[in-house]
Design a binder for this molecule. Structure first.
Ligand SMILES: NC(=O)c1ccc[n+]([C@@H]2O[C@H](COP(=O)([O-])OP(=O)(O)OC[C@H]3O[C@@H](n4cnc5c(N)ncnc54)[C@H](O)[C@@H]3O)[C@@H](O)[C@H]2O)c1
Length: 261
């Protein structure tokens, strides 16, 4: 039996970055719950079952509008928007991107802010605007513990011990902090339209990281391990569904206790 509180069947979702590690889990998880799901990603990739992939760069408003037009014509206005697409500096990022704060290239900062902040804003303008016009919707903006708190630079000591210069860069943290207040702004702006807007803040997700990193991370987090991608789904379903009908402007933190000490 489906609990009507959490029932999403027959509704429409857009998941940005739906071809990435977490985006695939969200898209597949929502499709398994009976939603019609569109992924907006720079790559159409090989979508999970029941997910339709649109090649959309979320920094391009016209591309978002085009894809939304196709979805609305076939499925109607989306009920759920998961703003999940994001850039971080990967472990193999160019040395200047993970060097000292004082030397971070402006272009590296701009690239992260462009996708994580402006891209999220544009999806809210276009898709959230359509939701507001029909008088309902739930937007979930994906945040990070690194947007609540500073990154713990010590977690990367193992890289420095191996002779690398490595500083976890500032742009990602700044961008994820911006998400918290974009959420609050829009939650109040749209509060009376029936569109709810919340942040879902996650800690680091397990993804074949080096053993030295996993060990340092486990020691830092009360639950003693990283998040498994599937564990982000419960909170997403809660925020997407009517179970959270009076929840807006909030930040649901799924971090194994990271921010509790
Ligand atoms: N993985 C983690 O440890 C972690 C922790 C906290 C928060 N998050 C957040 O979760 C989200 C997903 O992270 P992930 O680990 O799955 O990352 P990922 O790199 O696996 O996926 C991100 C996806 O976004 C897409 N993307 C990038 N730029 C885009 C653009 N301009 N337009 C459309 N799509 C674009 C990429 O192609 C990719 O498929 C991000 O917002 C990230 O900040 C991740």
């Amino acid at each position: 039996m489906t609990d009507p509180l959490f029932d999403l069947s027959g509704r429409v979702a857009v998941v940005t970055g739906g071809m990435g590690q977490l985006g695939r889990v969200y898209a597949a998880g929502l499709a398994e719950r009976g939603m019609r799901v569109a992924s907006f990603d720079v790559t159409a990739g090989d979508p999970p079952d029941g997910v339709r992939a649109y090649e959309v760069d979320i920094t391009d408003r016209a591309a978002i509008e085009r894809a939304l037009g196709e979805i609305e014509a076939e499925w109607g206005t989306p009920h759920v928007l998961v703003n999940n697409a994001g850039l971080d500096s990967p472990p193999d990022a160019p040395a200047e991107e993970v060097g000292p704060f004082e030397d971070l290239p402006e272009a590296a900062f701009d690239a992260v802010m462009d996708v994580n902040v402006k891209g999220t804003l544009l999806c809210c303008q276009v898709i959230g605007g359509a939701m507001a016009r029909v008088g309902r919707g739930s937007i979930v903006n994906i945040g990070s513990v690194y947007g609540l708190l500073s990154p713990v630079q010590d977690l990367y000591d193992f890289r420095r011990e191996a002779g690398e210069t490595f500083v976890k860069p500032v742009a990602y943290s700044v961008s994820k902090s911006a998400i918290l207040n974009l959420t609050r702004y829009l939650a109040t702006y749209w509060a009376k339209t029936g569109v709810r807007v919340n942040t879902l803040t996650l800690a680091g997700v397990s993804n074949d990281q080096p053993a030295a990193f996993l060990e340092a991370y486990a020691a830092r987090v009360p639950m003693g391990r990283m998040l498994e991608a599937q564990e982000a789904l419960g909170a997403l379903v809660f925020l997407a569904s009517d179970a959270s009908s009076y929840v807006t402007g909030s930040n649901v933190v799924v971090d194994g206790g990271w921010s509790a000490w």
